[in-house]
Ligand binder design. Structure first.
Ligand code: TYM
Length: 331
């Protein structure tokens, strides 16, 4: 991969399945950006052990996530797709960046506050320094653009601060990256409680639609989606449930909110929910079919990861060597 085009980096954790939040908020953009950028995509297995994982499940989920991403349209011939733990430079740079990230900054991260409230018996150091590892992921590749959902905005802002702080001491070592957050789908909300984001760790299984859910499950989950009592499909403040369904429908069909309002004028929520469900199920079907094809050849998946990791390693070493030299490690 020659550096003529600008670089794009993003990652996703292999904790459970990818849901339509992660798909619409991030992965759909990952696919699009392949046309314009040299893209580097990782499955963030290192990040996922900040909460306890079942090792066998983590191993399986990591490879499945690679297959899902390929099925969504990541082109691993032209771009890179690998497991974060296969490129040791991520952890090596993370340690250096830990020393340029302030305690107060990490303590202000809303994700840290949320996750430590949820895992009160396991508020470990990794959970706290998580954003410095994320900064390392990004800065290692001299990344120009980072496609993420709304919930990662704060981490990205901190990455920019860390990069600028380091550059101000040592000269222009890191490219300062820009975030890319989509207009529609940046924050897909839970179907069971539309005041919360849709999350793969939600205990209520009806809250979250996974990319690999069968059609009947998708339809059941949308039918049970929490809405309001107005019975009018329109985008408005206070209608979180309907707004959420409209944004999902809009992201899958490219229709504007006005078009959707016109399409469902005088029709009830039941009909609207079914239309959203069927559109999502139809949209996911080809991804699911390709996923099954990829999963039938695990050796090929492992080969793709290894090839990409070797190429990523070569790029990462360049930055890491520069950083080591700048901070004064003897060579
Ligand atoms: P993760 O695995 O939680 O989510 C992956 C991507 O999906 C987006 N996303 C959503 N977007 C809209 N609505 C939702 N309900 C929703 N849920 C998830 C996330 O914003 C994210 O873009 N820390 C990251 C992974 C990571 C990373 C990185 C990302 C590690 N290193 C470097 C960018 C750059 C995370 O846990 O994402």
């Amino acid at each position: 991969m020659e550096q003529q085009r600008k670089r794009c980096f993003s990652a996703i954790q292999p904790t459970g399945q990818i849901n339509i939040g992660g798909y619409l908020g991030a992965v759909k953009n990952w696919i699009k950006l392949q046309e314009e950028f040299d893209c580097i995509y990782a499955v963030a297995d290192l990040h996922s052990i900040t909460v306890r994982q079942d090792p066998a499940l983590l191993r399986r989920n990591s490879l499945e996530m690679i297959a899902v991403l390929l099925a969504c349209g990541i082109d691993a011939d032209k771009h890179l797709l690998f497991l974060q733990s296969h490129v040791p430079a991520h952890t090596q740079l993370a340690w250096v960046l830990d020393c340029y990230t302030m305690y107060g900054e990490l303590g202000r991260m809303t994700q840290f506050k949320d996750k430590s409230a949820k895992n009160a018996d396991n508020i470990n150091a990794g959970l706290f320094t998580y954003p410095a590892l994320m900064a390392a992921d990004i800065l290692l590749y001299q990344t120009d653009v980072v496609p993420v959902g709304e919930d990662q905005r704060q981490h990205l802002e901190l990455t920019r601060i860390i990069a600028k702080r380091f550059n101000s001491v040592y000269g222009d070592v890191f490219t300062v990256p820009e975030g890319k957050i989509p207009e529609v789908g940046a924050k897909v909300r839970s179907l069971a409680d539309p005041t919360k984001k849709m999350s793969k760790s939600d205990e209520n299984e009806n809250a979250c639609v996974n990319l690999l859910d069968p059609r009947d499950v998708i339809i059941r989950k949308f039918k049970r989606a929490v809405t309001d009592s107005e019975a009018c499909v329109r985008y408005a403040e206070g209608k979180d449930g309907i707004n959420n369904l409209m944004s999902i429908y809009s992201a899958f069909t490219d229709k504007s909110y006005e078009q959707i309002e016109r399409e469902f004028e005088g029709r009830g929520y039941g009909e609207f929910k079914l239309a959203v469900a069927e559109t999502v199920a139809d949209g996911l079907k080809p991804i699911q079919e390709r996923f099954c094809a990829y999963m039938s050849d695990k050796a090929q998946l492992q080969q793709i990861c290894r090839d990409s990791a070797a190429r990523a390693d070569a790029l990462a070493q360049k930055t890491l060597r520069k950083v080591y030299k700048k901070v004064g490690f003897a060579v």
